[in-house]
Design a protein around this ligand. Structure first.
Ligand code: SF4
Ligand code: SF4
Length: 318
């Protein structure tokens, strides 16, 4: 298999950052779940957590940017970070759209009783993981008991207006394959999800995003243990699609780690792959806007973003 960089050269693709429209903020590794495929190896015993000083710095930089229009908050389960609400309020004050990457079950954790209402009051867009509408598939990937809680959470969000026709409260769902294969057509799967969730549970949502599993961390371990890594990498490489090059998310996004480090995306962050020859943090820049035009650090896991219809945190690219 050729390396990802070789393939970029072969297609004469030079891919620098076009702009910084989205700031992805990873608030830490703490999560109430410990999913099999988790690319940040989050779980209940993780202690890495964005502190107040770092949140203040993010908010300060957000208030000065012309380019960033969206703040995409992730983790772990970001809602478990005591600074979560401060970050949401600060970003909204600067008129940014805010996305909460919510695992749904966190809404039933102790201390989270008011979180759904808080998200509603601040018009936060919710992007929630639900890798299938069947209990068996969800629980194989995300743990026992997750399915019922997820359905319960979705019904609660619907009752607040999330995902309902005519409402400005957006509720999107995320599908990722249960194994080493590419996601099916996003459009078709969204149709199936809408029909099944409506019929079985009377649940509404806005969009379904299909995301390709990136071969890093827990998913990589799984592939190695089952001796399927080479086959999966071949599959991704054989489906390399240069037409996705303008839309891969790192071309319009910056990712901030819980400790304030800056990366090209959440995957590079999970691998601690810095850009350029030195590490850059929030305290090394005066504006997110100055990161436009910068080169991006690519490696072989990037095949996952450019295979088939492409993949990003916002779903398929084509
Ligand atoms: S809910 Fe998300 S962050 Fe938490 S373990 Fe699962 S994949 Fe990782
Ligand atoms: S994994 Fe690679 S291609 Fe995908 S967003 Fe990150 S840097 Fe870009």
């Amino acid at each position: 298999m050729k390396s990802f960089s070789e393939v970029l050269n072969q297609h004469r693709l030079r891919m620098d950052r076009i702009s910084v429209e989205t700031l992805q903020v990873n608030m830490g590794r703490l999560c109430n779940q410990a999913c099999r495929h988790c690319h940040v190896e989050a779980g209940p015993s993780r202690t890495e957590s964005m502190d107040e000083r770092t949140v203040h710095k993010v908010i300060e930089l957000l208030s000065g940017t012309q380019q960033v229009h969206t703040v995409d908050i992730t983790g772990g389960a970001p809602e478990l970070n005591p600074q979560f609400k401060k970050l949401v309020v600060g970003a909204r004050k600067s008129d940014k759209s805010v996305i909460d990457r919510c695992n749904l079950t966190v809404l039933f954790e102790p201390g989270q009783e008011g979180t759904a209402h808080f998200l509603k009051d601040h018009e936060v867009r919710i992007v929630a993981s639900l890798p299938c509408y069947s209990r068996e598939n969800v629980e194989r990937q995300r743990g026992k008991g997750v399915f019922d809680k997820s359905i319960h959470a979705l019904k609660h969000l619907n009752s607040l207006g999330y995902g309902k026709e005519g409402s400005n409260l957006i509720l999107d769902l995320v599908y990722n394959p249960s194994g080493p294969f590419l996601p099916p057509s996003q459009e078709e799967l969204q149709r199936n999800y809408k029909a099944e969730l409506s019929e079985l549970f009377d649940i509404d949502f806005n969009n379904l995003f299909t995301i390709t599993n990136v071969p890093i961390k827990r998913f990589l371990d799984d592939l190695r243990k089952s001796d399927r890594l080479d086959d999966y990498m071949e599959l991704l490489a054989n489906n390399f699609n240069p037409r996705t090059s303008l839309r891969i998310m790192c071309r319009n996004l910056i990712s901030v780690s819980w400790s304030g480090g800056l990366y090209d995306c959440d995957f590079n962050q999970a691998l601690d792959l810095p850009w350029g020859s030195r590490r850059t943090t929030l305290w090394d820049i005066s504006s997110f806007d100055e990161l436009t035009g910068q080169p991006i650090t690519f490696a072989n896991h990037c095949y996952a973003c450019m295979a088939g219809a492409g993949s990003s945190c916002g779903g398929a690219l084509l």
